[in-house]
Design a protein. Structure first.
Length: 120
């Protein structure tokens, strides 16, 4: 398989940015004593993975960090930042993970019939 110059350059830049962000975030994880900066570093790390198409790594980091359990106790700007990795992860979903299902929604008659069957 022969890679073009653009693909090779993109790969080098991806690897370089990955190592820089990884190094900076790990520094913050070990040296920071406040939860606010560590939380933002985790969110930036997740968003960087998602932005560069590493969906599984972003998902795993999000789940292992347990941010969803404690984000409501954070300040408002950090809560806003919590949405960015989710959007990035959604946009970087690999094809084939989510299969679109086309379903007709049941009409109101079916809905009310189901309710009546439960009541009666």
């Amino acid at each position: 398989m022969h890679l073009s110059v653009d693909q090779t350059l993109k790969s080098d830049v991806d690897d370089d940015s990955r190592s820089v962000v990884d190094h900076l975030c790990k520094y913050i994880y070990t040296k920071d004593s406040t939860d606010r900066i560590r939380t933002r570093a985790i969110l930036c790390h997740i968003y960087h993975h998602a932005l560069h198409g590493r969906w599984y790594e972003a998902r795993d980091l999000m789940l292992m960090s347990h941010l969803q359990d404690s984000i409501q106790h954070s300040d408002i700007p950090t809560q806003v930042c919590f949405g960015y990795p989710h959007a990035g992860m959604f946009l970087s979903l690999p094809f084939g993970i989510v299969e679109p299902k086309v379903r007709r929604s049941p009409g109101p008659r079916t809905y009310f019939r189901a309710i009546l069957n439960k009541v009666i």
